[in-house]
Design a protein around this ligand. Structure first.
Ligand code: BGC
Length: 419
């Protein structure tokens, strides 16, 4: 038996990712809070006040976020866990609704809080990848039509500029918007996230508007300092045509290509050069058969997502053409029993190595997620964390075996291969 280590480039970043609403708790000025709290639990009867016309009755979410993981107060403990895993970076989001709870009025206390938090990460030698928008928005902004508003670039970039002025170079990478297309799909097509619309026209417009919003935020941050790094985070699903032997292969191939173009390239074309890095969130691949994408179910997570490392490799290779550094800003598995997480990590990180060897400028990997968190409409049951949160016991943090495994990879800056 021989052991060798597949080394990653020097300075490669190893981290985890979270988002404010999913872990902080009591994020009361945002649209999601209002949405969750507008439903009575557990009998499923929705109540909402008469001025909340944008909030329709829906059966989702299954539960409210309430204290979530209380990370608003326990972020130092969380960062210590990152250090225990030998991480040298961390991704988290700051909450627009806390920073600008009323239109045009920035909350000094919230800004100080996040300043302290960012410095707490820096003092632990964690590079900070900070998302400015991760699915939640201030209620005042949503009342103006949210991201459908023609002036949304103005509102969002004013907030982005404020962040750049206050946090400056302590943020190593500013990530403007997390997964615009997932937000659009869930909020404007599927309609199970606020503002719970089902309108393909709004959805298409917002997709374009997000590129204006990102560009405006990019310029606003760069106006504070051209040295700051600014990027966008994309959720990319690899789509593969079923089989060359299948009679409909050419059509499936074409459908897969079109879906991929609409998912990624169209948006990136409109973003143009205003992007210093790409944040890639990769979870699964779909096989297109008879025009329809499917998620094969031979090896799946608790959420039914197919574990497909070669899809990650293909996505990474497809991003080469953009000629900017790539960071995997999310990749993770819902696995309450921690049965598949180690092999998931091994295979995905191995795929990263293969891609790097083929010339992909991949500079970091952030596992989703550090903690078991509030999984949006599903509530708390899907468990993505390297660290278990004991919800029965004062939200105690309990590292899973996979946390040690990940810690070892980070420590060695490489993957141990036993053959
Ligand atoms: C989102 C996260 C979410 C994760 C798992 C990503 O699309 O950015 O907020 O928790 O998927 O569902």
């Amino acid at each position: 038996m021989t052991t060798k280590i597949l080394k990653f480039p020097n300075g490669f970043l190893w981290g985890t990712a979270t988002s404010a609403h999913q872990i902080e708790g009591n994020n009361k000025n945002c649209d999601w809070w209002k949405w969750e709290q507008s439903k009575k639990y557990p009998d499923g009867v929705n109540v909402h006040s008469s001025d909340d016309s944008i909030f329709e009755e829906r059966e989702w979410p299954l539960e409210p976020s309430n204290d979530a993981c209380d990370s608003f107060n326990r972020y130092e403990e969380d960062f210590d866990l990152c250090v225990k895993m030998n991480n040298n970076a961390v991704r988290f989001s700051i909450e627009w609704a806390r920073i600008e709870p009323e239109e045009g009025k920035f909350d000094e206390e919230a800004l100080n809080h996040y300043k302290k938090m960012i410095l707490a990460a820096k003092s632990r030698n964690l590079q900070t990848f900070v998302t400015l928008h991760h699915f939640t928005s201030p209620v005042w902004f949503m009342n103006k039509g949210g991201f459908a508003n023609w002036n949304a670039p103005y509102y969002f970039s004013r907030y982005a500029k404020k962040c750049a002025e206050v946090f400056g170079a302590d943020i190593d990478a500013y990530l403007t918007i997390n997964e615009p297309q997932v937000y659009i799909f869930m909020s404007y097509i599927n309609g199970i996230w606020p503002p719970a619309k089902r309108n393909p026209f709004s959805a298409s417009w917002i997709n374009v508007n997000f590129t204006r919003i990102h560009r405006a935020a990019y310029d606003a941050i760069k106006s504070v300092s051209s040295d700051y790094k600014v990027g966008i985070v994309r959720h990319i699903v690899w789509r593969e045509a079923f089989s060359r032997n299948h009679i409909l292969y050419p059509v499936d191939w074409f459908v897969a290509k079109v879906m991929y173009f609409l998912n990624l390239d169209f948006f990136m074309m409109l973003v143009g050069k205003k992007n210093d890095l790409i944040g890639l969130n990769y979870y699964f691949t779909e096989i297109v058969k008879n025009f329809l994408p499917n998620n094969p179910d031979d090896r799946i997570s608790d959420l039914g997502w197919w574990i497909c490392p070669w899809g990650l490799e293909k996505v990474l290779l497809s991003l080469k053409k953009y000629n900017v550094p790539i960071y995997i800003t999310e990749n993770g598995i819902a696995d309450a029993k921690d049965q598949l997480r180690k092999e998931f990590l091994f295979e995905m990180i191995h795929a990263c190595h293969v891609a790097i060897e083929q010339g992909v400028d991949l500079k970091g990997y952030f596992y989703w997620s550090l903690l078991d968190n509030y999984e949006w409409h599903h509530g708390f049951w899907p468990r993505f964390g390297l660290i278990e949160i004991d919800r029965e016991n004062n939200l105690e943090r309990k590292p899973r075996a996979s946390a040690d495994f990940y810690g070892k990879i980070a420590q060695e800056n490489g993957l141990e291969i036993i053959s």
